[in-house]
Design a binder for this molecule. Structure first.
Ligand code: APR
Length: 233
């Protein structure tokens, strides 16, 4: 990668956590194979059957205790610490493996399992236990805590900050995502528009592969450490 790279934006998806043992959404045994999005990941589902929605996220939150960051998470954390220019790691994932690996310049655009959001006052609080429906918000006292997950049809978090970083990017890297869900799937277009080099690291071609300058196919735990070595030497 022979170019003057200063500002990097990296987007990660479920594929970066697959080798840590967490299910992806659309692959074999994917989460959307066992559940319908409209039953567990929409505001309507939460209103219609809160117990089912809360249970779906309780099960996924509990699974976090049994998994560890893999070499891909660790390599990105090392890049975050050592990279002298701007670097923003944007994850679609709601697991905590990037932060557990040590990443700091990190945005969870789809929310986090280890957080609860008050639907009444909008306050988010760290949460690692099961979250029964109608749990009380310590901030406003109302029984309106819900999983701090961005449901389909809701606005992802920190889009202004993400957009600003993309517009300044010299390099955009996408790791382990099918490119099936917007706005994340459109980030490569924004990066291309500003002249950034665009690189996809994925196990297989994705819906977005056609938009990338370069695609490297293989497991994230091999491709990401190799890319970080390339960038840091
Ligand atoms: N290494 C690299 N890539 C992998 C690996 C691996 N070990 N295993 C799987 N992948 C790739 C798959 O080939 C697939 O392209 O990761 C991608 C996972 O795609 P999805 O399951 O669709 O997950 P993701 O792209 O993160 O989904 C985006 O959709 O349902 C919503 O909010 C949810 O954030 C999620 C969003």
């Amino acid at each position: 990668m022979d170019r003057d790279i200063r500002n990097i934006v990296i987007l990660t998806g479920a594929g970066i956590s697959a080798e840590s043992g967490l299910a992806t959404f659309r692959g074999p045994d994917g989460l959307w194979e066992g559940h319908r999005v409209e039953d567990v990941c929409t505001p309507e589902a939460l209103a219609r059957n809160p117990a089912l929605v809360h249970r779906f996220y309780d099960e996924r939150r509990a699974r976090l205790d049994a998994v560890e960051p893999n070499p891909a998470h660790e390599a990105l954390a090392a890049l975050d610490v050592e990279w002298p220019g701007d670097l923003l790691l944007v994850t679609q994932n709601v697991d905590d493996l990037h932060e557990r690996a040590g990443a700091k310049r990190l945005i969870h655009m789809h929310g986090e399992l280890r957080s609860a959001l008050c639907a009444a006052c909008g306050k988010a609080v760290p949460w690692s236990a099961p979250l029964p429906p109608e749990s009380t918000c310590a901030g406003c006292g109302k029984p309106r805590l819900r999983p701090d997950i961005v449901f389909f049809g809701e606005m992802p978090y920190e889009m202004d900050a993400i957009d600003e970083a993309l517009r300044r990017a010299d390099l955009f890297v996408s790791v382990g995502t099918s490119g099936a869900v917007y706005p994340a799937a459109g980030f490569v277009q924004t990066a291309r528009h500003v002249g950034a080099h665009t690189l996809e690291l994925n196990l297989e071609p994705s819906a977005g592969s056609v938009y990338f300058d370069e695609s490297r196919m293989g497991p994230a735990s091999l491709l990401v450490p190799a890319l970080v070595r390339e960038l840091l030497t």
